[in-house]
Design a protein around this ligand. Structure first.
Ligand SMILES: [Zn+2]
Length: 154
């Protein structure tokens, strides 16, 4: 199989997935092909980027921060605040955009935040955010980086 036909098949599959409203499901190999090594480590292996090390992330034209892996809308720009932690922080998530899971990996219970559409690990949510919500969604910047998801083969 030539590289071109492999690429074509990959793009067709990607477009088919974007057309569907179902959850995005890919193999580990497909994710490795699409994501940067750091994004793969965070999104697919539940890693955490070093604070202040992530890219500067920006919302799309509608004011939405999107999943770097599947482009799902996750957080609105008007919920972003400066937590001083070195990670993008939000007071709230887009309804239906994320799901929560209990995480005991550090010995103390935490609440992991995942992208509902592709299951990618985004970060954690804590109860020490600003009032009135009191929530602090602490999210890895590379999981929100724009540009990779739109054309992963470029
Ligand atoms: Zn996603």
């Amino acid at each position: 199989m030539t590289a071109v036909s492999t690429l074509r098949r990959g793009l067709r599959g990607l477009l088919r997935r974007l057309d569907d409203d179902r959850e995005v499901v890919k193999t580990e190999r497909e994710w490795r092909d699409q994501l940067t090594p750091e994004q793969f480590r965070v999104l697919r292996s539940r890693g955490t980027e070093r604070p202040f090390s992530g890219p500067v992330v920006r919302p799309d034209a509608s004011g939405m921060y999107r999943c770097a892996a599947c482009d799902a809308g996750l957080f609105r720009a008007d919920t972003k605040f400066d937590s001083g932690t070195g990670w993008p922080s939000f007071t709230d998530s887009e309804p239906g955009g994320v799901e929560m899971r209990r995480d005991f990996s550090m010995g103390v219970p935490r609440t992991e935040v995942l992208c509902r559409r592709c299951g990618g690990h985004l970060g954690h949510v804590f109860n020490d955010g600003p009032e009135p919500e009191g929530k602090r969604y602490c999210i890895n910047a590379c999981a929100l980086e724009r540009g990779e998801a739109a054309d992963p083969r470029s």
